[in-house]
Ligand binder design. Structure first.
Ligand SMILES: Cc1cc2nc3c(=O)[nH]c(=O)nc-3n(C[C@H](O)[C@H](O)[C@H](O)COP(=O)(O)OP(=O)(O)OC[C@H]3O[C@@H](n4cnc5c(N)ncnc54)[C@H](O)[C@@H]3O)c2cc1C
Length: 323
C-alpha cells in the first residue's frame, strides 16, 4: 500500500513511522528545508536557538513512553530551567513542579530521529489532492504530479489543511476550518550583558512579549547568552504584516524595559513570523478520517495542542488507518 503524508512535523512523522513499520510504502512531503515543522532550530555563526516550540511536557502514558525512548537515544532530555512569571514587580517563581523536556542538542534532534528510515521529500509544497479511482493523486503548487497513492495523511496546520481537503474530503475541511490557529512573532538575540539573572526563562505578563528564554540554558547547547523572545498572540495578530525590523524593535524595547540590565548589549540574530503557531481551542477528536478510511488529517489542532497533542494525533490516525 502506498501512502503519502503531507507535513513532516511531529504529527506527520509519528503517523508515517507507524504506518511504515506496519509495512506501507511511505512518502512524506514537506514545504520546509527539512523535517520538524514547528520543532525548529535557527542557526547562525556560532549560535543556535529553538525558535518554535520551547519545551514539552508528557502527561499521557503513550507519550511518556516515547519520551523515555527519546531520552535513551539521546535526542531529548530534561530542562531544569528556572522559570518565573515576570511583570511590573519582582520575578515570581513558577511552582507547577512540571518536568519540562527539550530536544538535545536542539529541538530538531527529535524530528530527525522520527524521520529516520522515512522517504522525506523536503522543499515540496503540496498544492492539491484529487481522488483517482480508489486512491488519490497529489500535485504540487505548480501542478506537477507527485504521484498516485492509496491513502493520504494531511498533517499541516488547520488553515493549510482546509484548502487541501476542501474538494476531496469536505467534512474534514469543515472541521479544519473550525480549528482556529494563532500566530507568534519570534526573535532570537544575543544579550551578552545579562549575566547573573535569577532565572532562565519567564512567562511575561506585559504585552507585547509573552515568553523569553535563555536558550543556552538548555542541555547540550553551546555556551553563551542567546535568548528567544516570543510575542503575545493578540499582539502578533494585530501586527502580522508589519516589517520584521519594526517587530524586532518593539520586542527588544519591551525586553529592555523588563530587564534593565540588558541595556545596550543586545544583538539581533533572527526574526521569524509563525503565522500558525498554536491552536488555542483544538478539536479534541484525536484525528480525522473520512468515510472511506483513505483520507485522514492529524496535528496539534486535532488534539490537545502542543507537541504532545501533535504526537498523539499522529499516533491516533495511524492506529485508525491500520485498524
Ligand atoms: C513559537 C512557538 C512556540 C511553541 N511553544 C511550544 C511549547 O513550548 N511547548 C509545546 O508543547 N508546544 C509548543 N509549540 C507548539 C508545537 O510546536 C506544535 O504543537 C507542534 O510542533 C505541532 O506539530 P504538527 O506536526 O501538528 O505541525 P507542524 O509542526 O506545523 O508541521 C506541519 C508541517 O507541514 C508542512 N506543510 C504545511 N503545508 C504544507 C504543504 N502544502 N505541503 C507540504 N508541507 C506543508 C510545514 O512545513 C510543517 O513542517 C510552539 C509553537 C510555536 C510556533
Amino acid at each position: 500500500m502506498r501512502i503519502a503524508v503531507v507535513g513532516a512535523g511531529v504529527a506527520g512523522l509519528q503517523c508515517a513511522g507507524l504506518l511504515s513499520r506496519a509495512g506501507a510504502e511511505l512518502t512524506v512531503f514537506d514545504k520546509g528545508r527539512g523535517p520538524g515543522g514547528r520543532l525548529s532550530t535557527a542557526r547562525g555563526d556560532g549560535w543556535q536557538a529553538d525558535q518554535g516550540a520551547q519545551y514539552f511536557t508528557a502527561r499521557s502514558k503513550e507519550f511518556t513512553e516515547a519520551l523515555r525512548d527519546w531520552c535513551t537515544q539521546g535526542v531529548a532530555g530534561p530542562w531544569p530551567g528556572r522559570l518565573v512569571w515576570l511583570g511590573d514587580g519582582e520575578p515570581e517563581p513558577v511552582s507547577d513542579e512540571q518536568q519540562r523536556y527539550v530536544g538535545t542538542p536542539r529541538m530538531t534532534a527529535i524530528s530527525r530521529y522520527l524521520a529516520q528510515g522515512l522517504d522525506v521529500r523536503a522543499a515540496v509544497r503540496v498544492g492539491a489532492i484529487r481522488r483517482e479511482g480508489a486512491g488519490v493523486r497529489l500535485l504540487d503548487t505548480g501542478g506537477a504530479d507527485l504521484g498516485r497513492y492509496d491513502r493520504v495523511v494531511v498533517a499541516v496546520p488547520s488553515p493549510q489543511a482546509e484548502p487541501l481537503l476542501r474538494d476531496v474530503a469536505p467534512e474534514l475541511a469543515r472541521s479544519a476550518s473550525e480549528a482556529v490557529m494563532e500566530g507568534c512573532w519570534s526573535v532570537v538575540i544575543r544579550a551578552s550583558g545579562l549575566q547573573g539573572l535569577p532565572f532562565d526563562a519567564a512567562f511575561i505578563r506585559q504585552r507585547p512579549l509573552r515568553w523569553v528564554a535563555r536558550d543556552t540554558s538548555k542541555p547540550g547547547r553551546p555556551e553563551g547568552m542567546v535568548w528567544v523572545l516570543h510575542a503575545d498572540a493578540g499582539w502578533t495578530q494585530a501586527h502580522m504584516e508589519r516589517p520584521a525590523e519594526w517587530v524586532a524593535d518593539q520586542l527588544l524595547g519591551c525586553f529592555r524595559e523588563l530587564l534593565p540590565g540588558a541595556n545596550g548589549a543586545l544583538e539581533m540574530l533572527r526574526v521569524h513570523r509563525w503565522r500558525y503557531a498554536s491552536s488555542p481551542a483544538p478539536l479534541e477528536q484525536g484525528c480525522l478520517l473520512d468515510e472511506t478510511g483513505r483520507i485522514g488529517a492529524c496535528g496539534d489542532w486535532c488534539h490537545g495542542n502542543r507537541v504532545e497533542g501533535a504526537w498523539l494525533s499522529g499516533q491516533a490516525l495511524a492506529t485508525r488507518m491500520l485498524g
